[in-house]
Design a binder for this molecule. Sequence first.
Ligand code: NDP
Length: 444
Amino acid sequence: MSYVKEIYDNLQKKHPYETEFLEAAKRILDSLSPIVEANEDLYRKNALLERFVEPERIISFRVPWTDDNGVNHVNLGYRVQFNSAIGPYKGGLRFHPSVNQSILKFLGLEQILKNSLTGLPIGGGKGGSDFDPHGRSDAEVMRFCQSFMTELYKYIGKDVDVPAGDIGVGGREVAYLYGQYKRITNLYEGVLTGKGLSFGGSLARPEATGYGLVYITAEMVKAAGKDLAGKRVCVSGSGNVAQYAIQKLQQLGAKPVTCSDSNGYVYDPDGIKLDVLMDIKQVRRGRVKEYADQVPGAQYVDGKRPWGVACDIALPCATQNEINGADAKALLDNGCWCVAEGANMPSDSDAIDAYLAAKILFMPAKAANAGGVAVSALEMSQNSQRLSWTFDEVDGKLHDIMKNIYKNVADAAKRYGHEGNFVVGANIAGFEKVANAMIAQGLV
Ligand code: NDP
């Protein structure tokens, strides 16, 4: 039996109820087959895959807190410290009712490879709670965050584990968590990223994921002998990633023609007016529908995603599973020749199969949206140095990082006989560095 299959069968026996984790592990292990086969003896001797698929440690704890009416609640809190071979554990905290150990292990495993791809010294981790912040007052969210950190602080630190935000954990929550960590430990250190600018946050962090996505797309397009300038781009979403992707696309001369939210999408054949979109989203906290009311010639399509609009390039920047097999077919039928994922897991497996079969340029999320975590790691560097870099310094480093990610992903795909398949390339390029570090450090 192949080493990869052996490992996966064992995982299934050990964790039969962790469906999300098993699915992710299978996908990743399958795409690592070329490198595993080429190094099978070495990897087996070092029990490499056995170690790679098991977190170094999982911390789980109860989080008691009291709501504004004096009613007590108990949520579950977790931190999965998956892999520290190349740096302190790093990955977001998610507050959402769906959070469980299987989902956090799945996200943690992906995070190891994404963090490795950045080329920066960060290991993989993920954490969170099944707490639902929706409808909770500021005071309730603060008390929850304080209780969560009162347990978590024992296991994290600037050189140990550096969490960040994720779904349900934004600037407000990171700030409350940071305040409580500082109060308990009496340490002013970069233990969390995504902090406010006045207490250790980094310039260009809000822009990082969207800008990084466009930088790597530009590299991929250039390597294919084309130019981003003048190309029509379908963007989905209208949040943080989408807005800054649209901004960078326009700076590089491309023409983003759509954006969306969970109600529908807007098509502006003349190109999205970013000032109008940002005013609606950031100032008025409105819906994309209002864009079409304001901009002559723009069209709002209710209840649909933008994948039926003709484009050269698609940048899904909204949410998971927003492109299925039929959407992918519509994109391909309309002439789309490049997809890069700003959101996490926006394409389902049928969609990915369709891109690969059509041999279009496709950059998966773990490489395409790694700009966010890369700038988080730059925030850690600035905190350690007690310095704040300028916007241009951070943006310049981000640009170099994304160019390097493209190069490493493309090289790895080619070296292992899958030239142009960046799904295989991203997994192998991320894995290679972690595997070498794990082997060098011995059986730990
Ligand atoms: P935001 O919350 O700022 O924006 C999300 C956008 O997606 C909103 O426009 C939202 O619309 C839309 N959306 C949500 N659900 C759906 C749906 N079911 N159908 C269509 N549109 C939907 O999030 P971000 O921009 O920060 O994140 C977007 C994606 O990028 C996520 O997958 C995230 O995990 C990923 N990501 C983000 C990073 C970052 O640095 N921010 C880093 C790496 C990945 P609505 O207002 O209707 O909810």
